[in-house]
Design a protein around this ligand. Sequence first.
Ligand code: COI
Length: 366
Amino acid sequence: MTTPTIELKPSAHPLSEAERNKILAAPGFGRHFTDHMVTIKWTEGRGWHDGQLVPYGPLSLDPATNVLHYAQEIFEGLKAYRQPDGSVAMFRPDANARRFQASARRLAMPELPVETFIEACDVLVQQDKGWVPAHGGEESLYLRPFMIATEVGLGVKPANEYLFVVIASPAGAYFAGGVKPVSIWLSENRVRAVPGGMGDAKTGGNYAASLLAQAEAAVHGCDQVAYLDAVEHKWVEELGGMNLYFVYEDAANGTRIVTPTLTGSLLAGVTRDSLLSVARDLGYASQEARVSIDQWRADTENGTLTEVFACGTAAVITPVGTVKSAGGEWTQSGGEPGKVTLKLREALLDIQRGVAEDTHGWMHRL
Ligand code: COI
């Protein structure tokens, strides 16, 4: 497999600094995009080729392009942060690159070499580094690499042509309320993924499958939907687009954070994985285990389960407040952000913003 060198074809008309600064003052999430994107093609028999950095703009697709019909698509999300010395560093791009390969395998797509994935992100961030928000706040530059099947035709089969693209978007908080706890609707009749399905791949179909339950959550006044496993309808899996953590406190054993085991039907979040280590750095125990919905409620009511939070690249760490289901509702940590949640959040962000030592070697400097 060859590693393409990315040819630079920068925009002759990037957005003015004044207009860019206006956007950076309140970027929101996923609403604005930088001046450029990187594209790399893959063709059967030829492999990866024609890597280019080009002005950000529409993709031209034949209406019979495979991805538009059969959803052969995968994506990633990762962030670049402004460091205290003004330089820029990305958080764990190698982990995203490996997950992208795993998603590609699941969807019968070609695997992009890890170094090409990182090179594409590097080239884009380097070109558009003026779009990385200032150091010190919560803002970052969110990178969205994705790959689509571009063969034209209506036959259902793995395509013989693909397009890999990286775009970037300055990002503030994913949830408008920032660290204000989100409310969760527990979906007991809809599932996100099934054993043997593609729940552990980061593919648009999983997100499309979550939208109806997400809309039902909104009808019940909730911000997010939580899914149970598809077989026993008992084990907590994940939210529509982020993983979950449970914080247990007991006098004898101290603080323990627990995240649902990767059963194959939930996504192996990079933030989820990082927190297993960050928690240990802070002196907490951390583990992966199956958590049942009955246990969630019972342990909250008996006071051993003290906090719950959602985590993901976009959401960072967001506390969970109210949990509602058809069978009733309860509240975590009095509806306030829990102290362990906030401590983990600060510790992770400190590494990402370059103000705490990067003891795990997670930051990739440009
Ligand atoms: C991310 O956290 O990067 C995601 O892809 C999740 C999505 C809800 C924005």
